[in-house]
Write a protein that binds this ligand. Sequence first.
Ligand SMILES: *[C@@H]1O[C@H](CO)[C@@H](O)[C@H](O)[C@H]1NC(C)=O
Ligand SMILES: *[C@@H]1O[C@H](CO)[C@@H](O)[C@H](O)[C@H]1NC(C)=O
Length: 174
Amino acid sequence: MDLYNSSFASFLFLARLLPQSTAEVRGDRELAEGEGEEQGMAEAHLTLLLLAASMSCLVTASQAHQKIHIVGGSYGWKIPPNTTFYEEWANKQSFFVGDKLVFLYTTGLQNVIEASEEEEFTYCKQTNVEDVQFVGPTILQLTKAGVHYFYCSVGLHCEGGQKLRVNVTHEAAA
Ligand SMILES: *[C@@H]1O[C@H](CO)[C@@H](O)[C@H](O)[C@H]1NC(C)=O
Ligand SMILES: *[C@@H]1O[C@H](CO)[C@@H](O)[C@H](O)[C@H]1NC(C)=O
């Protein structure tokens, strides 16, 4: 429901991002046939998928598998208005293995760090970083059940509440 409601705002957001992303993808293709292309293609693919989903309102609760969560809804991924913003957002969602998280942000202004421990997340430490993504938008698939921690390591963004904890579960057997 939340995802559905935020789809329209997200569509507007994505519409602005799209020309930039397409340009990046084209650049990647020319530069490298290998990894760059793979990532670029994945990004292009997902951006189009999101666009299509937003336009035709396909993102509904009935689409149980591979749900796409736009982190923070139309607000996107940046320093939040308060420190519980992303926690409140996450509490309204259910995350399942196979779902995707979309962090919408401008490259260079934010990033996405995946921390492996709660302590790093709580204290915004970078002692055991699992993954760093710095080209927006970042699209991550939740491949493992359990609690996953993400934050932005730019400046004091994490301290300002730009952090997200998601508890990923396997789809309950019907
Ligand atoms: C945090 O900000 C959001 C968005 O403005 C608001 O909906 C929410 O109530 C705020 N939470 C607190 C604890 O102030
Ligand atoms: C994650 O969700 C599962 C299933 O709802 C629950 O059993 C578990 O306690 C949760 N873990 C945390 C750390 O909240």
